[in-house]
Design a protein around this ligand. Structure first.
Ligand code: SF4
Length: 399
């Protein structure tokens, strides 16, 4: 469903916003950070039409650009054979580019899950993961797990990405292109997008919202098929709720009380659990979309029956409109945490279900050790991906 969105960049009058971009293009060097903001990918048809007019072309040339970007999937301006050479030259001269990055490496597990490393313009690597779900007739669903930052500053204790530090936020087109490259790799359209790759989306909300708009409007991925994940950044859930998107908010909880949570998620110190739960409740009331609470089960840390009971109580106070997604921890190199036994996971599920909490357990996939939320590794070179699926947890309930 198309809900109104108020992506900040679009608040400025269209012509002024575009002129600012073109003017910036004329004055900044090709390798500066601003260069990435001159990507055509991510722009809407009206913006592309305005750009065409600003470069001395007729408006319909902007529609042609739109088709080239989102239908033909052209990767370079020199591939824009449908538009006059003079327009292509004007685009290049003004510093515009398509905004696609080369694939640095890709690995596919035996279950089809594929992880791709994209090499960005500044040579940084980001990860994106495609997770196919097949039925009798072939692939029926393809989920893209996209990154929103290069690295992550939040340093959750169990997370490989956090351990690798933070480099920079991604621009909107660098998020959108992750979906495009997966569609090309799988030769199948992406049906679902989860912002659960590298980075904390709420720390890059402007680009995440711009990418969300593009994925929904230009690539026709339904808002309900998009999930935005967060460990919780003060004031941002309210901000997201104000956009009234029809997308799912996934909150990485990982503990049923503030004290334990602070040991697992250090950034929780600045966001009391009570305030986080209030904001989640508000998100549900504002959008009508239930919140998914992600809970990574760490053996001997947060996986006891008492923790499940405490979690049920916390959620009961939150009212309705939520779902719990349990993620048995996938150990990473150098981590002190361990994966819980299956019977412990089942006991946790039973304790929640006995208290009428809707719960699922994330199914282990071939690259899950690298592809789960916050466990995407930015250390690919040191830790090559598994080529085949590890055997564990055949009885887990699919998420
Ligand atoms: S779990 Fe998510 S928010 Fe936490 S450090 Fe990892 S990427 Fe960042």
């Amino acid at each position: 469903m198309a809900a109104p969105q108020q992506v900040p960049i679009r608040a400025a009058p269209l012509a002024r916003a575009l002129r600012t971009r073109v003017a910036a293009a004329a004055t900044s060097s090709a390798r500066s950070p601003e260069a990435s903001q001159r990507a055509l990918l991510g722009l809407s048809e009206p913006e592309l039409r305005q750009l065409a007019v600003d470069l001395g072309q007729q408006s319909y040339r902007g529609k042609q650009l739109h088709d080239l970007l989102y239908k033909s999937r052209a990767k370079h301006i020199q591939d824009f054979s449908h538009v006059p050479k003079v327009f292509r030259e004007a685009l290049v001269g003004a510093g515009w580019k398509v905004g696609r990055s080369p694939v640095h490496h890709a690995v596919t597990a035996s279950d089809g899950t594929t992880k791709i490393l994209l090499k960005l313009e500044d040579n940084r690597l980001i990860e994106t993961v495609g997770i196919p779900v097949d039925d009798d007739k072939g692939p029926s669903r393809l989920t893209a797990c996209v990154s929103s930052q290069v690295g992550c500053p939040l340093r959750c204790s169990f997370c490989a990405t956090g351990k690798g530090g933070f480099s920079r936020n991604l621009h909107a087109h660098e998020i959108v292109e992750q979906v495009l490259v997966l569609e090309e790799m799988f030769k199948h359209r992406v049906t679902n997008v989860v912002f659960m790759g590298m980075g904390e989306p709420m720390l890059n909300l402007k680009s995440v919202l711009e990418a969300h708009r593009c994925l929904n409007k230009e690539l026709k991925i339904g808002q309900r098929m998009i999930t935005i994940s967060t460990v919780g950044v003060p004031n941002t859930i309210k901000m997201l709720a104000s956009h009234k998107l029809q997308s799912t908010l996934a909150v990485s909880l990982h503990a049923p009380n503030q004290k334990l949570r602070e040991t697992i998620v250090p950034s929780a110190k600045s966001y009391p659990l009570e305030a986080l739960m209030d904001d989640c409740k508000n998100y549900f009331l504002e959008t009508g979309r239930r919140v998914s609470f992600e809970y990574t089960l760490l053996a001997g840390i947060n996986d006891a029956k008492e923790h499940a009971e405490e979690l049920a109580e916390l959620l009961r106070k939150c009212g309705g409109g939520y779902h719990v997604n349990l993620i048995p921890y996938n150990p990473i190199q150098g981590s002190e945490y361990k994966r819980p036994y299956r019977k412990v996971v089942q006991a946790f599920v039973d304790a929640l279900e006995a208290r009428k909490i809707t719960v699922s357990v994330r199914q282990t996939r071939g690259l899950d050790a690298n592809a789960a939320c916050g466990q995407l590794k930015n250390e690919f070179q040191k830790n090559p991906l598994l080529e085949s699926s590890p055997s564990s947890e055949p009885n887990l309930i699919p998420a």
